[in-house]
Design a protein around this ligand. Structure first.
Ligand code: ADP
Length: 555
């Protein structure tokens, strides 16, 4: 028997029309680096999104399913593109501006982007690549930046795309649009994985997946934001839709504070001080930088009730540091393939105020109803949720990818190492799940250290090292070892002006992890190499070790 309920499609369009109408006075504030920030209401941004859609349709000929790329920082214009392209039936493709340029060129070609909207400040990055991006017909430039770099001659035989100024292009056009009725399963946006452990792969989000994910992001179990909040969106809009914030905010009227290109610790501290956001979202490496800045030039950041930390494991020491500043950290886990909210660490009611509370908070968090999880052991066996059996995490749900984009004429790709035969996403993350559904990750399948038949968690060693008062950052990778197969190599970055004897660090670790896990190989460095989205780039460290370019001390 079928239900008697209405079957109304869940679309990005609906989020847009709701946000502009019901929450029309909520604001997007974009940091400009000097003088007053740019302030725009949701109603204004919605009207400009309609103007942009008219321009894309009438002037640039964008049609259903065409890819509209963005190469932009977090700002109001990027939010306008977030709504204009999907709501008119096109597909928003956010480009990661920190990727190696060859990957960027490959991704644009693979997605066959027709239009790219680019921030003027990023033209020096884009201009020299355009002759290698034949699918791009139009470049729309937004914000300050020297347009002259686009005048250079194209490569021999190369075509020059048409260049438009964003404001001139949308100016004078109607501020409402007769948005088409869309199928909720159709593509709304796409994002390629940042390739921490392999080649970039395209994930295509549907209108429905974005709608449902936004509801989850807004739930009390997740970020629980309302129109009384202002969220500082540090996590880039080019990285998994800024963890869903630009959509979740329009659903419930949450004000957005956008840092644009000012992502260094000093301006971030300034904008928190000046604009008093109540929430912020970023990867741990950003927070490490901000805390160092605050240690040097203290500022009051107590306006932040809550910060969401994810993308890589939140070191417990970071959580403690924030606790001391009166800011609650909510640790979350996710991936490009999971939209990204997979888990979030709100402690259960019975643990609040007890000794158990912190232990729950440092886990990757609890699964919401929309994400089903299971653990698979090395031989394909299902492992119990007992908090100790560690296996690869597999997930499924309405905002989890079922395949990767196969290119214009290609079939969707379902590589066997990423999707199980029965359609679950294999995350490549190894961990345990407690009986009450809290995930604790111990490693990535590709990073775990396989030493003499036992697994050593690189994450556990890193967290233990980063609890040392003189260590700013620590990364641990597996290196080949004749006797044990693999052993851990620890690379540490000391805080300014300090050095500690490696033997002392080993002794410090010995109090925290099993003796057979203690690294013999140690490297002191000035910075841990990072990927395009600020995660430790362990591929690079392993390569440096193999090439013999690291100054290794053996204990
Ligand atoms: P990439 O795989 O290219 O780095 P993603 O941003 O999709 O791109 O990364 C997802 C991965 O990041 C996860 O599979 C996991 O390994 C890691 N990750 C994300 N959040 C956390 C977290 N809270 N703790 C540990 N690892 C995390």
């Amino acid at each position: 028997m079928l239900s008697t309920m209405q079957d109304v499609p869940l679309t990005v369009t609906r989020i847009l029309t709701h946000g502009t109408q019901v929450h029309g006075t909520s604001r997007i504030t974009t940091w400009t680096g000097e003088g007053e920030p740019q302030r725009r209401s949701f109603a204004e941004a919605g009207a400009r999104a309609a103007q942009l859609a008219h321009a894309l349709h009438t002037e640039l000929g964008v049609r259903d399913g065409d890819r509209v790329a963005t190469l932009m920082w977090n700002n109001a214009e990027h939010v306008e593109a977030y709504y204009a392209a999907p709501a008119m039936g096109a597909v928003l493709h956010t480009l990661n501006l920190r990727l190696p340029v060859d990957q960027l060129v490959w991704i644009v070609g693979h997605a066959a982007d027709r239009v790219v909207i680019v921030n003027g400040s990023l033209l020096p990055l884009l201009a020299p690549l355009l002759s290698r991006m034949p699918s791009i017909e139009h470049v729309v430039v937004s914000g300050p930046g020297d347009r002259a770099v686009l005048e250079a001659d194209p490569a021999p035989g190369g075509r020059r795309p048409q260049v438009h100024d964003y404001e001139e292009l949308i100016g004078g056009r109607p501020t409402s649009y007769d948005w088409p009725e869309l199928d909720e399963r159709q593509a709304a946006a796409m994002c390629y994985t940042s390739g921490t452990t392999g080649d970039p792969k395209g994930v295509v989000y549907s209108h429905r997946s974005i709608y449902l994910h936004s509801m989850q992001a807004n739930s009390a179990e997740s970020m629980a934001l309302t129109d009384r909040d202002t969220t500082l969106v540090i996590v880039p809009q080019f990285h998994v839709n800024a963890w869903g914030l630009p959509h979740a905010t329009f659903m419930s009227g949450v004000n957005m504070l956008m840092p644009d290109r000012f992502l260094q610790p000093k301006p971030l501290a300034e904008m928190i001080d000046a604009e008093r956001p109540t929430h912020a979202a970023a990867v741990p490496s950003i927070w490490q930088g901000l805390l160092a800045e605050l240690a040097e030039r203290p500022r009051d950041i107590s306006c932040l009730n809550q910060v969401t930390v994810g993308g890589s494991a939140c070191p417990p020491a970071l959580m403690v540091a924030f606790d001391k500043l009166g800011v609650t950290v909510r640790h979350a886990w996710g991936m490009t393939e999971t939209s990204p909210l997979g888990t979030i660490a709100c402690p259960p009611a019975h643990a609040i105020g007890t000794d158990e509370e912190f232990a729950y908070r440092v886990t990757q968090g609890r699964f919401p109803a929309g994400v089903e999880a299971r653990l698979t052991g090395p031989n394909g066996e299902r492992l119990p949720w007992d908090g100790t059996s560690a296996g690869e995490l597999e997930v499924r749900g309405p905002w989890i990818a079922a395949a990767y984009y196969g290119g214009v004429d290609g079939e969707p790709m379902r590589p066997a190492d990423k999707f199980s035969e029965d359609g679950w996403l294999k995350t490549g993350d190894v961990g345990t799940i407690s009986p009450d559904g809290y995930l604790t990750l111990t490693d990535r399948v590709k990073d775990v250290i396989k030493s003499g038949g036992e697994w050593i968690s690189s994450l556990e060693l890193e967290n233990a090292l980063m609890a040392h008062p003189d260590i700013a950052e620590a990364a641990v990778v597996a290196v080949p070892d004749e006797k044990w197969g693999e052993r851990p190599l620890a690379t540490v970055v000391f805080k300014d002006g300090v050095t500690v004897d490696f033997a002392d660090l080993r002794a410090f670790l010995a109090d925290r992890v099993a003796k057979w896990q203690l690294p013999e190989r140690w490297v002191c460095t000035t910075v841990v190499p990072k990927t395009s989205v600020g995660k430790f780039d362990k591929k690079v460290i392993r390569r440096q070790y193999a090439d013999g370019t690291l100054d290794v001390t053996r204990l």
